[in-house]
Write a protein that binds this ligand. Structure first.
Ligand SMILES: [Zn+2]
Length: 473
């Protein structure tokens, strides 16, 4: 019965939506770009592909460095001319990164045609443009990957990130250094484990915060002494003294360099004392100012810093542990599985690699939790669809993917999306009634009819699903 349904062209083929090959236009986004998703195999929180990319796009290492470092060695055999071409481009733009050079459409077209030739000579011909474009995307992705070496295992990554560190901003550089140290300190732990260790990172943050508070109070104490010294000698200058204190305080809060803040503040006070003929106070005031701790950062700014470092830590961790979202073909491409969204669930890279082409029936033998996590992933996606966070085209996704995954796992994985179906049915009925009513005002008739057709189509999908669901019982 199940197989019949899957083979039913009305059910599967008629309305198939191709996954976008190009990076998400407004229209739809790729499944692996869905935020807050969990891996359908291990339940780990996934880093969406776009978050991951955001991190990488800040890296501006010159292509030349990658060429000179022989980072493309692995593609040398399949793309020899491409490699030569990249070499030429790196000479032509010695200080520019891969991304920068090929964000220029002309350069990208050239790259495309070189890769095309390379592939032609290697005996691969692609019947149509889409396949061809997908291949180019794949190869440019591979090139980027190798240049970034993010496919390397574990703590090797931290080492391999070294050349990139110079191109990170100072905040990220600091985070990198922090984690590098920790990785060496705890070679057996993942970075996330290190962060979660309550007596490590948390205590560190608390201590630093206390220290910051303490410093702030020390600073206030000395500024207050300065003010009292001035007022004891010239009470009429109280307001002026407060004004100067405010300026000096800001120097401490805003000056990121911090090394010369004390010098600047002392100069401000020297001028002030000179202007009001209070030079005999100078020694005492300078000695107060000397006792103010050199660096100062507000607790707020520190905490926001901690938040940023946590996000980055998660990303760095994802590079190390492979928690980046990737699309897994339920029926492997090698077994004729299609690259359509009803054949895809999202796994972390690690699980995706582990599973390879193993059929789910076998894979489940050593991953007993999978049924639970597949369900969790679908609940996340369903919730996002209902909340309007995904393109309406995704409405059909759960309806199509569930029967497929039930079929390939021989019923061992059986996600429960009945609530989703119920809510969707309700909304679909309301939408159809509303649209029919709108037809009474025929200004936009064509549009409305198209929308009605969309809703009817979705209604049929719901029918198929419910029919299937009943047959399962
Ligand atoms: Zn996983």
């Amino acid at each position: 019965m199940r197989i019949e349904l899957l083979n039913n062209p009305n059910y599967l083929n008629k309305t198939i939506i191709r996954l976008p090959q190009k990076k998400c236009e407004f229209d739809t986004i790729a499944l692996k770009d869905i935020k807050d998703n969990v891996c359908a195999c291990c339940g780990r929180k996934l880093i969406s592909a776009s978050t991951y990319q955001k991190f990488w796009t800040e890296i501006t290492l010159p292509l030349k460095t990658a060429i000179q470092g022989n980072w493309f060695e692995k593609v040398k055999n399949c793309l020899p001319d491409t490699l030569n071409y990249l070499g030429e481009m790196s000479e032509k733009f010695p200080n520019k990164s891969f991304d920068f050079i090929f964000s220029n459409p002309e350069n990208f077209e050239d790259l495309r045609s070189v890769i095309q030739d390379d592939m032609h000579y290697s005996g691969k011909n692609y019947a149509n443009n889409n396949d061809w474009f997908a291949q180019v995307k794949k190869y440019t992705y591979v090139l980027r990957s190798f240049s970034r070496k993010h496919l390397q295992p574990a703590s090797v990554i931290i080492e391999n990130m070294k050349p990139f560190v110079e191109s990170l901003d100072s905040l990220k550089k600091g985070i990198y250094e922090y984690f590098r140290e920790k990785v060496f300190q705890y070679p057996d732990k993942s970075l996330l484990e290190i962060i979660r260790e309550p007596d490590e990172a948390t205590e560190n943050i608390i201590n630093t915060r206390l220290m910051i508070d303490e410093r702030a109070s020390v600073r206030d104490f000395h500024f207050n002494n300065v003010k009292e010294l001035i007022c004891s000698k010239a009470p009429e200058l109280k307001e002026k003294a407060e004004e100067i204190e405010r300026i000096a305080n800001m120097k401490y809060q805003r000056n990121l360099e911090q090394s010369n803040t004390r010098y600047l503040v002392k100069e401000i006070y020297k001028e002030f004392l000179n202007d009001y003929d209070l030079n005999d106070l100078q020694d005492k005031i300078m000695s107060e100012l000397d006792q103010i701790p050199k660096s100062y950062r507000s607790p707020e700014s520190f905490l926001s810093y901690a938040r940023i470092s946590y996000t980055d830590a998660a990303i760095i961790e994802s590079i190390i542990n492979g928690a980046m979202a990737s699309e897994d073909h339920i029926i492997p491409v090698s077994d004729g599985g299609k690259n359509y969204f009803d054949n895809i669930i999202v796994l972390c890279r690690k699980c995706n690699k582990e599973r390879g082409n193993t059929p789910y029936t076998d894979y489940l033998d050593y991953n007993e939790q999978m049924p639970y996590f597949v369900n969790e992933q679908l609940q996340t996606v369903c919730k996002k669809i209902l909340n309007g966070e995904l393109n309406p085209k995704y409405r059909e996704y759960p309806l199509k993917v569930v029967p497929k995954i039930v079929a390939v796992s021989e019923g061992k994985i059986f996600p429960d999306i009945s609530e989703y179906v119920k809510e969707s049915r309700k909304r679909n009925n309301t939408a159809l009634i509303n649209l029919q009513n709108l037809l009474l005002y025929p200004e936009n008739e064509e549009n409305i009819r198209a929308k009605i057709e969309e809703e009817r189509h979705f209604s049929r999908q719901l029918d198929y699903f419910e029919k299937w669901q009943n047959e399962q019982q």
